[in-house]
Ligand binder design. Structure first.
Ligand code: DGL
Length: 262
């Protein structure tokens, strides 16, 4: 199985990391579209265009069988169009994990951190309407402009990152939030900092494992037999912070790093 995976940057590698635990006998092509990051602060038209260009590149250059949108923001804007345009492809997206959070919370107060574009999107609003329906749960939704850039710069626990998180998380801390949905694939990279700022035990929910499981099931339905070597090639459209790459993926020797023009 040839799998194209993309994100605006390095956040989607948290999904690749989960895929590496369970997927075998596949070739993964990952695009970190750092030239256009952050997606979460772009217009829907721009985000759709980036997604279409990347899908086209994967199809033309690598003849992919599956496309993984390792990005909540791109999923929110583009997955419907991509599915309509490429019905033959397995297409898996990333959505804020509201459902497991509602099942886990004991206080009934759940925080959601995501990009501005994800929280504004109809897809997110629809998801919340369906899942909250009739349930006694309060959601604290917070967009985090600037956080993706901090992470891409490697400022995982710098003073500035902590100060930004303090402003966003204080209302959650003061209102008994016990479960936080990490609705952007970059945010698991600051999970420890979020825990520190929350100053108490909190369940952080991310989606990498669920995506890997879903992709594997869809692949097997199409005849993928899950054994053999896993090859990964990482492409970047502009600079990336290689230190962050190796902090996410332990064995970076298996990685090839290639520049592409977007
Ligand atoms: N990691 C992405 C997401 O899951 C995109 C973040 C961004 O570029 O703003 O939403």
């Amino acid at each position: 199985m040839k799998i194209g995976v993309f994100d605006s940057g390095l956040g989607g590698l948290t999904v690749v990391k989960a895929m590496m635990k369970s997927i075998r006998g596949a070739e993964i092509f990952y695009i970190a579209d750092t030239k256009n990051a952050p997606y979460g602060e772009k217009t829907p038209q721009q985000i759709l265009q980036y997604s279409l260009d990347i899908a086209r590149y994967f199809i033309d250059m690598h003849h992919i069988d599956a496309l993984v949108l390792a990005c909540n923001t791109a999923t929110s804007v583009s997955i419907k169009t991509l599915r309509e345009k490429y019905p033959q492809l397995i297409i898996v997206g990333t959505e804020p994990a509201i459902k497991p959070a509602i099942n886990k919370t004991l206080t009934g107060v759940v925080g959601v951190l995501a990009t501005p574009a994800t929280l504004r999107g109809d897809k997110y609003q629809h998801l919340v309407d369906v899942l909250k329906n009739g349930k006694d749960v309060t959601l604290f939704e917070q967009d985090c402009p600037g956080l993706v850039e901090q992470i891409e710069k490697g400022e995982i626990d710098s003073l500035k990152t902590k100060e930004m998180l303090e402003v966003w998380l204080r209302p959650m801390r003061e209102n008994s939030v016990d479960t936080i949905v990490l609705g952007c694939t970059h945010y698991p990279l600051v999970d420890k900092t979020i825990e520190e700022v929350m100053q108490r035990e909190v369940t952080l929910i991310h989606t990498g494992d669920a995506i890997a499981k879903h992709l594997l099931a869809l692949g097997e339905e199409k005849g993928h037999c899950n054994n053999g070597e896993l090859k990964i090639t990482l492409y970047r459209t502009a600079d990336i912070n290689e230190k962050i790459v190796s902090s996410i993926i332990d064995n970076t020797e298996d990685f090839k790093l290639i520049d592409i023009k977007s």
